[in-house]
Design a protein. Sequence first.
Length: 444
Amino acid sequence: MNDFFNPESVAIFGSTKPKKVAYEILRNILEGGYEGKIYLINPRGGSVFNLKVCSSLDEVKDKIDLAVVAVPAGLVKGVLEESVQKGIKAAIIITSGFSEVGDKEAEEDIIKLAKERGVRIIGPNCAGLFNTFHNFFPTIEMRMPRGNLSFIAQSGAFGGAVLAWAEDKGIGMSKFVSYGNRCDVDEADLIEHLNNDDTTKVIMVYIEGLREGQKFLRAAKASKKPIIAIKAGKSESGRRSVSSHTAALAGRDEIYQGAFDQAGIIRVSDIEELFDLAQSFAYYLEGLPRGNKIVIVTNSGGPGVMVADKCEELDLYLPEPTAELKQKLQDFLSPICSLKNPIDLTAQATSQEYKKVIELVAEEYDAVLVICIPPMFVGSKEIAEGVVEARKRVKKPVLVSFMAGKLVEDGIRLFEQNNVHNFETGERAARALAGLIRYGKRKR
C-alpha cells in the first residue's frame, strides 16, 4: 500500500491535452509540490509542463512505483499489462465504464490480471487519492492543507463535495482515497493502512455497499482509531441508485447498522455531523467522557432548553447539580441565575463567571456543553477567553457553541487559535458529544 501514498516515481497514462483527466492529474501533482519522478505516457509523444511525453513505457529505463491510468476503458487492460511487464506493483485506475455500467467481464479481466501478477489496484471508476504529508495529489479532486483526518469514499463526486466543505471550514486532511468499484483494494485494506498511519488520527468513511463484510468488520474491530461512517442506500430508492452508481450491493440497512455497532463504528447521517464528530475526536480522543452525565451552561434560556431537548433525545443524562455544587455556585452568581440543568447564567454573565462555573461543574459531570449568545454589551472574545482558560484547566470534554454569526467572529477566532472547535448550534455540539460517549463506552 505504501506505493500508493508514498511513491518515489509515478507514470501517468492518458491524454495530456488541457482539461483532460490525465492533464488535470498531472497539474495537481506538480502544483502540489511532489518531489518524486514523473513519467507521462501517451502514444502521441510531445511535451507538457516542460516534461517529455513518452510514447510507451519502453522509453523509461528507471523503476516506477505507481501507475495512474486515465485512458479509455478499452485500453485499460493493455496499459496494465504494459505496467506489469515494467515491474509496476500499484495502479490507480481513474477510468470508468466497467461493472458500474454493466461491463463486468472487462472488470473481471483486470481482477484476474491483478491476482496473477501481484498488482494492487485502486478503482476503476474512481477519483484518485492524495497524501498531504507526501505532497502527492494524483486525483481529479481539489488539493487540501494538512490535517489529522483521513477520508475514504466509494463515490468520487461525494468525496469531492466533502473536501470542498472541509476547505470552506478551514479543516485540513491527511489522506483521501476515492476507491470506486474496488476491484482489488477495498475499504478494509484502506482502514488497515490508515490504522497504522502516524498522520491519521480519525478515519472517515463513505460507504455505498460492502462485498466482503467479514473482512471489513475484522479491519474495523482491529482499528485503534475512531471510524466514522456515512452509509448510503438507506431507502429502497437509495439502494437502487447505489447499484447503478458503483455496482455495489447496498443491502438491508438494519444489517449494516448491526455490523457497525458490532465493529464499534460510529454512524452519522450527513457531512456536518461527520466533521463535527471527527473534529471532536481529534480534540478529545485522549480524554473521552467516562459516562453520559452532562451539564449545559448557557446565558440564554431558549437555546439552553433546545439543547436539553436534543440531549434527552440522544439519551444523555441531565441531572440537576447537587446541593453542594449549587451552594458553591450561589456564592458568586447572581440570584437571578437558574441553577437547574441547564444552568442559565443570564445575559449578564461575565467571562470569569463562565470560567468559574465550568471549572466547578466539571468536578461533578462527565462533560460540559457551553452555549453562548453574547449580548451587545459583552464581547464574544471576552467570554471566549474565560471558556478557553477553563477548558485548559479541566480534564473533561468542554464542547462549545457560540451562536450569533458575525457577532461572535472574534470569539471563534480565539477558539481556533487555542484548538477549540466551535459548533454552529448547540444541537450539533450535543450530537457530537453523544458520539464521543458512545465511542468511549465501546472502548472501555
